[in-house]
Write a protein that binds this ligand. Sequence first.
Ligand code: GLY
Length: 398
Amino acid sequence: MRKNLLLIPGLFSLFLLGSCTPESDPKVEAVKRALDVARSQLELSASEFDSLPGFPRSLMPKFKVVDPKDWTSGFYPGTLWEAYRLTGDERLRAEAGKFTARLEGIQYYKGTHDLGFMVFCSYGQQQQTLHDAHSAEVIVEASNSLISRCDPAIGVIRSWDFGEWNYPVIIDNMMNLEMLFWASKHTGDPQYRDVAVRHADITLRNHFREDASSYHVVSYNDDGTVESRGTFQGCSDTSAWARGQGWGLYGYTMCYRETGDTKYLDHARRIAAFIMNHPRTPEDLVPYWDYDAPDIPDAPRDASAAAVIASALFELSTLVPESEGKTYFDRAEAMLMSLSSDAYLAEKGTNGGFILKHSVGHLPAESEIDTPLNYADYYYLEAIQRYLSLRGLDARRL
Ligand code: GLY
């Protein structure tokens, strides 16, 4: 969720500045167009949902609108904040504030691990923009709720309260740790960070295979031993569900940024290698919804996975030596360009006001297949923000 990536190593930055002036650079032109689409789409959806309760999540083919307890509730307000910062459009700022306020009270909810997504992607973005005390209070309270889901005997935060598992933890949960690191920095109280670090360490031990691909769900026994490893949203227990690989990459990159512990960096590199070298990656680099989907090359693509991976690779590119960083940057840039092409970027006035087309939510449940998703839009704008920042460009002056 971090806004700026300010540390650009010397030679790497020279390479990034390159020979094109921004006006003559087709990649910058693509981003400029994407921001124009994003602004227009978000104004459309905000006016459509202004008088309706809830948050737009997807089109299936009709709108799926969710309440604050849904795991995706923070993404729409967060996308509005990102778009405001990128464009300076005051109307988006007003809408961002209105939609964030709809989440009021969710910080006390203890029924899910997704509080990081729900609160840090909304109030976190608001706090980053306005530096307001109220957002900070909400984030700290949500962090209290989140750590209440960690059984000290097991050492990880419980993801879900439904299902047959004894104590399920999903790879997605790595994303919720960023809020805990922030809460410790803000309050000076190490307890949030301690929970995050322990969760990351245990997940590193138990969630990953030899090739650095990840199981989706690991369930624990009450003594902390592993009860089972499998999937919920992937195509099989042993498959590599694309978005899950993205959550892991993003999560461990963020953990290295927050702790400086090189075991997280090494792990993020291994996940990046799995993703970047995968033989079933399509030419446009937007992954199939699962790297092991049986119907590849006809399997649906997942633009949300591409957006998460691209954003994570931009950050990873800043944390490693220059030549290695360039490989991550180049891949992320190529993914961003694919997402910004007509194949994935919506035409203004279509796609229900969402920015990107062609994501997959939960294919085994036959839910949200080849649809826009609010979190694809959120991580896409974050990737754009990171890209421009790495190139030393100001979105408002393109
Ligand atoms: N956190 C649920 C998902 O990625 O679909």
